[in-house]
Design a protein around this ligand. Structure first.
Ligand SMILES: [Zn+2]
Length: 272
């Protein structure tokens, strides 16, 4: 599932490659994926694409018809939704939710083989109508999320650390993979409760969150282009590496759970 670092780099790539392009034709080959009427989709004809931004696990792609009239395609890709930039003549894959023919002969497409993604076409002021939008906490890399703000927010969440990091009401943009990486970096066991950790450990958690995410963005800027649709996780230190040696202490990493596995080091992340 794409998380903050993946989406940050995809947003940058989309901005670099499709901003200022004009939409010649907009269609929904698999209409069920997009919460919009055919007329709303057709209204993207002739619009100009603006710079893509990210909020939590959403990508926001703006389409401007005339100054002051901008629609946003808000996409939460969930498990398998991806944006593809391909030649217009290329075969349309099954489960293509959006197909935008651009004025340079390319197509921007949203393809989702699991059909779990959520796509909305809204005005800026309608973002609040998207389920969960108004409850979303600050982005995990938001400059305004200082250590003091983080300390204040974490007080309201007494539960285990891993679900806490994944809770978008606390901080937005972190999922199963990066929560493992952050907790390993901080030296905190994933099932420890927030109420059991010290003020110094809260600071370690905050610093690890910032460092892990920023380093991942740097790595992904090199790895991702030009294939926005490919998710890169090969540089992660612990997530899904159960049984392999811990990069810090060398003991075998422990992994629990199936599809939503948690990986950690019992030595570096003690249970107390
Ligand atoms: Zn270790």
């Amino acid at each position: 599932m794409p998380e903050l670092p993946d989406l940050t780099v995809v947003a940058e790539e989309l901005t670099r490659r499709v901003a200022d392009r004009t939409v010649l034709e907009a269609s929904t080959p698999t209409p069920i994926l997009l919460r919009a009427t055919p007329d709303e989709v057709a209204s993207l004809h002739g619009t100009t694409i603006g710079p893509t931004r990210r909020r939590g696990k959403f990508l926001l792609i703006p389409f401007t018809a005339e100054p002051g009239s901008t629609r946003l395609l808000a996409a939460n890709a969930m498990l398998a939704g991806r944006f593809w930039l391909v030649q217009h003549a290329e075969r349309v894959r099954a489960r293509t939710g959006v197909r935008l023919h651009l004025d340079d002969g390319s197509d921007l497409r949203y393809v989702d083989r699991e059909m779990l993604g959520k796509l909305y076409l809204v005005d800026e002021q309608e973002l609040d109508d998207i389920p969960g939008w108004t409850e979303m906490g600050p982005d995990a890399d938001d400059p305004e999320l200082t250590l003091d703000v983080f300390r204040e927010r974490i007080r309201r969440h007494p539960g285990e650390l891993k679900p806490l990091l994944r809770n978008s009401k606390f901080v937005a943009g972190i999922g199963n993979a990066y929560s493992d990486e952050i907790l390993w970096e901080a030296g905190l066991a994933p099932f420890r409760r927030r109420s059991s950790i010290s003020a110094e450990q809260v600071e370690s958690l905050y610093q690890a969150m910032r460092t892990v995410l920023a380093e991942a963005v740097d790595r992904l800027r090199v790895l991702v282009p030009p294939d926005m649709q490919t998710q890169h996780r090969e540089f992660l230190k612990v997530h899904l590496k159960g049984g392999e040696p811990c990069p810090r202490c060398g003991r075998a990493l422990r992994q629990i759970g199936g599809r939503e596995a948690t990986t950690f080091c019992r030595t570096c992340q003690p249970p107390f």
